[in-house]
Ligand binder design. Structure first.
Ligand SMILES: Nc1ncnc2c1ncn2[C@@H]1O[C@H](COP(=O)(O)OP(=O)(O)OP(=O)(O)O)[C@@H](O)[C@H]1O
Ligand SMILES: [Mg+2]
Length: 374
C-alpha cells in the first residue's frame, strides 16, 4: 500500500498543503513547531479518523476553523490508485473511499493501513494496562478478521452483566450474559496469545543479533482461566455486585514484556525503550505484510531523538530494508538520507511544505499525482 498524493487542509498549522510522496522513503524535516508531526498526524487521521496525540479532534482542527479535510490517492495491493478522503468537524465525520461513503472507522482503517513508530509508543512499556490493551486491540484488528466482532460481542455482554450487577437480578438473567462473555473471552484470549507468539517471532527476526532480542512476550496471568471463565464469573458474582462492575476478564487483560524474568520497563534505559518499541512496530508491520499480505505505510516521528548515531543507523537500515513506504520526521535530515534508496525530502516551515529534491532515481511516469476532493 502506498500513498501517491496527499492534500491536507486545516490540520493544526497546516492550512493547505499538498505533497506527492515517493514510493519508498519520505523525509519530512524542519525546525521545532514547523508542522512535521502534524503532517504525519494527517496521514494517520486519513486511516484511523483520530489523532495519535489527542482524543479531542477540536485540538487538531486549525484554530478558528470548524473542520479539517484530508484527501489523497492510495494504491492498494493490486497497484490500483484509489481516491480517498475524510472531513471532520467537532460533531461529524465523513469518509469517502473509491467514490463510496464509508460508514465505519474500522472499514477505513483497513482501506488505508498505517503502522506508527511514534514517541507515544513507549506507553506499551511504560504506560498503564489500558494503554497496552489499546495497542493490542489495534494490532489484532488488522491481523484477525474476527477480532473486532468478537471484541464487540464480549463488550456488549459485559455491559449487560454490569447493568445487572447494579440492580436485583435473577440467576438466569446473569447466565445469559455470563455464558456469552465466557464464549467470546476464550476466543479473544486465544487470538491474543497466538498473536503475541507470532509477533515475538518477528521481533526476534528484526532484532537480529541485538542483545535485547530475547524479550519474552506474554499475557499477564489473571485470576481466571479463559476456558473456565463461566465458572469464575458465577463464583465472582457477589464480589462483583459489591464492586458494581465486573472486576476481571479480558477487558482487564495486561501484556508483559520480560527480559531474563524481569519486566522490560524496569531494565531498559529510555533509549533502549525507544529502540524496543520501534523494533516492535517494524515487527508488527512485517507480520502484517508476510502473514496477511497487507503492506502498511510506516509513519516514524522523531526517530532520531534520544538515540545515538549507531542505534539510529540500525533502525534506518531495518526500516529501509522492509520496502514499505516510509514517512520520517526529523529536525536534521543529513544523518538519515545517506542511502541509495529513492528518497524525497520535504522541508516544513511555518506550516508550509516544499519538496526539496528527489535523492535517487525519479518516479516512474505512470505514478503521477491524482488530486482528490472530499
Ligand atoms: N489546532 C491548532 N491550530 C493551529 N496551530 C496549531 C494547532 N495545534 C497545534 N498548532 C501548532 O502547530 C505547529 C506544528 O506543530 P507540530 O507538532 O507539527 O510541530 P513539529 O514540526 O512536529 O515540531 P517538533 O520538532 O517540536 O516536534 C505548532 O506551532 C503548534 O503550536
Ligand atoms: Mg514533532
Amino acid at each position: 500500500m502506498k500513498l501517491e498524493s496527499l492534500q491536507v487542509r486545516q490540520v493544526r498549522n497546516l492550512t493547505d498543503v499538498q505533497i506527492t510522496p515517493n514510493a519508498e522513503v519520505n523525509i519530512i524535516y524542519g525546525e521545532n513547531a514547523a508542522g512535521k508531526t502534524a503532517l504525519l498526524e494527517s496521514i494517520y487521521l486519513l486511516s484511523k479518523l483520530r489523532s495519535f496525540r489527542t482524543p479531542h479532534i477540536k485540538e487538531v482542527i486549525q484554530h478558528n476553523k470548524n473542520e479539517l479535510t484530508i484527501s489523497g490517492v492510495i494504491t492498494n495491493h493490486n497497484n490500483v490508485p484509489i481516491n480517498t478522503g475524510i472531513r471532520k468537524t467537532n460533531k461529524e465525520t465523513e469518509i469517502r473511499y473509491d467514490g463510496n461513503r464509508i460508514k465505519t472507522v474500522s472499514e477505513q482503517a483497513n482501506n488505508v493501513i498505517v503502522q506508527c513508530a511514534i514517541p507515544e509508543n513507549i506507553k506499551v512499556l511504560t504506560g498503564v494496562p489500558r494503554d497496552r490493551r489499546k495497542w493490542m486491540d489495534w494490532a489484532m484488528f488488522h491481523v484477525e478478521q474476527d477480532y473486532l466482532q468478537t471484541w464487540q460481542d464480549y463488550h456488549y455482554a459485559l455491559r449487560n452483566r454490569n447493568a445487572l450487577l447494579r440492580r436485583p437480578a435473577k440467576n438466569n438473567e446473569f447466565f445469559i450474559w455470563e455464558s456469552k462473555m465466557a464464549k467470546t473471552a476464550e476466543l479473544l484470549s486465544d487470538m491474543r496469545k497466538n498473536y503475541l507468539i507470532c509477533l515475538q517471532k518477528y521481533y526476534k527476526e528484526v532484532a537480529g543479533e541485538h542483545p535485547r532480542r530475547n524479550v519474552v512476550f506474554g499475557i499477564k496471568k489473571d485470576k481466571y482461566q479463559a476456558s473456565n471463565f463461566l465458572e469464575y464469573l458465577q463464583a465472582a458474582r457477589q464480589s462483583d455486585i459489591k464492586a458494581g462492575f465486573t472486576q476481571n476478564g479480558p477487558h482487564k487483560a495486561d501484556i508483559e514484556f520480560k527480559i531474563q524474568g524481569k519486566h522490560a520497563n524496569t531494565v531498559f534505559s529510555r533509549g533502549q525503550t525507544k529502540l524496543f518499541v520501534t523494533m516492535l512496530s517494524i515487527a508488527q508491520a512485517k507480520l502484517l505484510k508476510i502473514e496477511k499480505g497487507k503492506t502498511p505505510i510506516i509513519l516514524a516521528d522523531d526517530l532520531t531523538a534520544e538515540l545515538d548515531n549507531k542505534t539510529v543507523a540500525t533502525l534506518l537500515e531495518l526500516l529501509y530494508e522492509e520496502k514499505m513506504q516510509l514517512f520520517l520526521t526529523t529536525i536534521e535530515p543529513s544523518e538519515i538520507h545517506k542511502s541509495n534508496k529513492e528518497i524525497s525530502l520535504f522541508h516544513v516551515e511555518h506550516g508550509r511544505v516544499k519538496n526539496v529534491r528527489i535523492h535517487a532515481k525519479s518516479r516512474p511516469k505512470n505514478n503521477q499525482e491524482k488530486r482528490t476532493k472530499v
